[in-house]
Ligand binder design. Structure first.
Ligand code: GLC
Length: 430
C-alpha cells in the first residue's frame, strides 16, 4: 500500500464528526453528574472553595505557580475595577530531579525560588507577603488554603506527597528556608486561576481551560455556589486508537488521564512518534534510516510539531532543515509531506476534542445556550501551537452550530498566576 492511502485509513480513526462529538458530550454530562454526586466517575468534579471575584479586589499579592515545565513566581497589584498592574515575574526551571524524587526536595526547591525572588524585589524584601499558590494537580480541598493531593499527573512523581496537605508541605519548606514573612492564604488549580482572572475583567466569563503541558477545565456550579474543578484530563469515555493506547501504556500513569493524553502538549509528540514508528515499520516513511528523535520517548515534542505545521513553503524547507539537524540529511519530499500531514491530523483532533469538552461544560450549565459565555484559556498549546486557536474556532462552528456563536474563546495569558493573586485577595477579604 502507498503511504498516503495508509495514512488516510489512520485519519479516519482520528476524525471526530458532529455525531461523535454529541455522543462524547452526552457521556461527559453523565460523568459530570456522577462525579458531583460522589459516585464513581472519571471526572473528579472537585470543589474549590473559590467563587467568582467581584472585580474590586485590591492590594499587592504574590502568586506562585507549579504544574508545568517551569515554576513561576509573580507579583501582582490589583487596582480594583477589573484593573491590575503588569505582573513582575520570574521563571525557575524544574528539572527531572525536582519532580521525580522526594516531596521535600520539590518543596525545598520552591521555597528557595521564593527566597531568591523576594531578595531580588524590593517590594517584597523583608516584608510580610501573602501568597496565592497555584498547584495544578487533582487536589481534594478542605478549605481555601488547604488541600490533599489525590494523584500526580503530567510526569510528576515526587514521593511522599499523595495523601498529604500540599499547603502544609509548602509551609514547612518555607519555614526551613527561614521565610517567616510569607503566608500562604489560598490554594488554587490553574484552571480556577485562569477563570478568576478572566472573570475579573469579563463578567460573561464562566469557564476556565488549560491547554498546555496538561489539560483541564473548571466552571462555577450554581448549586454549590463555588467553582468546580472537573479534572477533565482524566475523562475516559471515548474511543481511542491503538496509538493512544501505546502512549498510555508507556506513560508514568497508565489507565489515567486518557483525554489529556490525546490533547495536551506533553503527549502530542508521543502520539505522533507512535504513528511515525508504525509507518517506518511498514517501510512507508524514512526508508533509509530511523531518525533518533523518534527512537526515544518524549524527544519529539509538540513544539516540533508546531514548527513542522508552520512550514507552508512548497518544498517544505523548514521541515527538511529540522530533519537534517536531527540526523536525517537524506529525506524526500514525501517524507516531509507525510510527517506534516500526521502532525495536522493529531493537532486537529486535539482541537476538536478540546472544543467538545468546552461545549460539554457550557451546555451542562446552559443546555440551550441562551447566554453568552467567555471561555478563559491559558497554556502553551492554545497560545503558541501554530493554527491551534483557529482550528478551535472552526471546530466550534462545525461541532456547536449556530448558537455556538455566543461562545468566545479568550486567551487569558498568565491567568493562572494573576488569578491566584486575585484568589489570595478574595481569601484576604473573606
Ligand atoms: C493536569 C492536572 C490538572 C491541571 C492540568 C493543566 O490535568 O491534573 O489539575 O489543571 O493538568 O495544568
Amino acid at each position: 500500500m502507498d503511504p498516503y492511502t495508509y495514512l488516510k485509513r489512520i485519519e479516519h480513526e482520528f476524525r471526530i464528526a458532529p455525531g461523535a462529538a454529541q455522543a462524547l458530550i452526552k457521556s461527559f454530562h453523565g460523568e459530570m453528574r456522577k462525579g458531583l454526586a460522589r459516585r464513581k466517575s472519571s471526572l473528579k468534579m472537585l470543589p474549590t472553595y473559590v467563587g467568582r471575584p467581584s472585580g474590586n479586589e485590591r492590594g499587592t499579592y504574590m502568586a506562585i505557580d507549579l504544574g508545568g515545565s517551569n515554576f513561576r513566581v509573580l507579583l501582582v497589584t490589583l487596582k480594583g475595577g477589573g484593573a491590575m498592574s503588569r505582573p513582575v515575574s520570574a521563571k525557575y526551571r524544574l528539572d527531572k530531579k525536582h519532580i521525580t524524587s522526594t516531596g521535600q526536595r520539590l518543596f525545598d526547591f520552591i521555597a528557595r525560588a521564593i527566597k531568591d525572588f523576594t531578595c531580588r524585589h524590593k517590594e517584597v524584601a523583608d516584608k510580610h507577603v501573602e501568597v496565592g499558590f497555584t498547584f495544578s494537580f487533582p487536589v481534594k480541598q478542605r478549605g481555601i488554603a488547604s488541600g490533599v493531593l489525590k494523584s500526580w499527573t503530567k510526569g510528576f512523581s515526587a514521593r511522599g506527597v499523595i495523601g498529604k496537605d500540599v499547603v502544609a508541605l509548602l509551609k514547612e519548606a518555607l519555614s526551613r528556608a527561614g521565610l517567616d514573612d510569607v503566608t500562604v492564604t489560598a490554594l488554587a488549580n490553574d484552571t480556577v486561576g485562569t477563570m478568576v482572572a478572566g472573570s475579573y475583567r469579563d463578567t460573561d466569563c464562566d469557564v476556565g481551560v488549560i491547554l498546555g503541558t496538561g489539560t483541564n477545565a473548571c466552571y462555577p456550579d450554581a448549586n454549590k455556589d463555588m467553582i468546580i474543578n472537573t479534572e477533565w484530563g482524566n475523562f475516559n469515555k471515548l474511543r481511542t486508537t491503538r496509538f493512544d493506547n501505546e502512549v498510555d501504556r508507556s506513560s508514568r500513569n497508565p489507565g489515567q488521564q486518557i483525554f489529556e493524553k490525546m490533547i495536551s502538549g506533553m503527549y502530542l509528540g508521543q502520539v505522533c512518534r507512535f504513528i511515525v514508528l508504525d509507518l517506518i515499520g511498514r517501510g512507508l516513511l524514512f526508508p533509509e534510516k530511523r531518525p533518533a528523535i523518534f527512537s526515544r520517548p518524549y524527544m519529539f515534542t509538540a513544539e516540533h510539531m508546531s514548527l513542522i505545521e508552520e512550514d507552508r513553503s512548497p518544498s517544505l524547507g523548514r521541515v527538511k532543515e529540522f530533519l537534517s539537524s536531527n540526523g536525517l540529511a537524506k529525506n524526500t519530499y514525501d517524507d516531509r509531506a507525510l510527517l506534516r500531514q500526521i502532525c495536522r491530523m493529531i493537532s486537529g483532533r486535539a482541537a476538536r476534542l478540546s472544543v467538545a469538552g468546552v461545549l460539554a461544560v457550557i451546555t451542562f450549565m446552559d443546555p440551550a445556550l441562551r447566554r453568552r459565555h467567555t471561555v478563559a484559556i491559558d497554556g502553551t498549546v492554545f497560545e503558541k501551537y501554530y493554527g491551534f486557536k483557529n482550528m478551535m474556532r472552526q471546530s466550534l462552528k462545525y461541532l456547536g452550530g449556530i448558537r455556538a456563536r455566543r461562545i468566545k474563546l479568550a486567551l487569558t495569558k498568565d491567568g493562572s498566576g494573576a488569578g491566584a493573586a486575585i484568589i489570595a485577595a478574595c481569601a484576604d477579604s473573606a
